[in-house]
Design a binder for this molecule. Structure first.
Ligand code: MG
Length: 179
């Protein structure tokens, strides 16, 4: 069995731009590829798990989302990084969804389809729904990065982050995991 890193996309790997749907507007965080390369080199399989409600809301199409993902995969491939699979939930929040975070469904699918050891895997994201997704799947740790919406979340009253690891950047998340 293989350990994995499940990564949120927007606000975690790339700069959060509301409803990003244009590959030309995709901007990766400076430390994203270096961090992913380190994790991959240590045997972690990389997955992206992304809520894309902009599709369900009618703001952009599945093809638009794939164009952004393709650009991200190209940039990653240039650094020798491979995402095993990009799981996406296209539904709007009020719609019934197969895997929209905080559902752990995509992580459970990865466990089964790619022989992933969830207990030794991590979820990294910038929203509470990312953390809950990891908790619901039983990963070793859900990690909140204070990029994207993460910083704002840490200031919200009544949000219990005691089970999460809170870090500033993907580099710090990586340092912790490889610690
Ligand atoms: Mg995000």
């Amino acid at each position: 069995m293989n350990p994995a890193i499940f990564l949120d996309r927007d606000g975690t790997i790339n700069i959060e731009k509301s409803y990003l749907c244009d590959p030309d507007k995709l901007t990766l965080f400076d430390d994203a590829l270096r961090s992913l390369r380190r994790l991959q080199a240590h045997g972690f399989i990389l997955f992206i798990v992304t809520n894309q409600s902009g599709i369900g809301r009618g703001y952009y199409t599945v093809a638009d989302m794939h164009a952004v993902n393709d650009k991200l995969c190209l940039l990653a491939a240039d650094e020798g990084i491979q995402f095993k699979k990009i799981y996406f939930a296209p539904e709007a929040p009020e719609e019934t969804s197969y895997g929209r975070k905080p559902s752990p469904q995509f992580l459970l699918d990865a466990e089964k389809d790619y022989n992933i050891d969830l207990k030794n895997s991590y979820m990294i994201g910038d929203k509470l729904s990312d953390l809950k997704c990891g908790w619901n799947a039983g990963v070793r740790k859900s990690i909140l990065v204070k990029t994207g919406y993460g910083s704002k979340l840490t200031e919200e009253p009544g949000v219990d982050l005691s089970q999460a690891l809170v870090v500033d950047t993907l580099t710090q998340a990586t340092d912790h995991i490889l610690g």
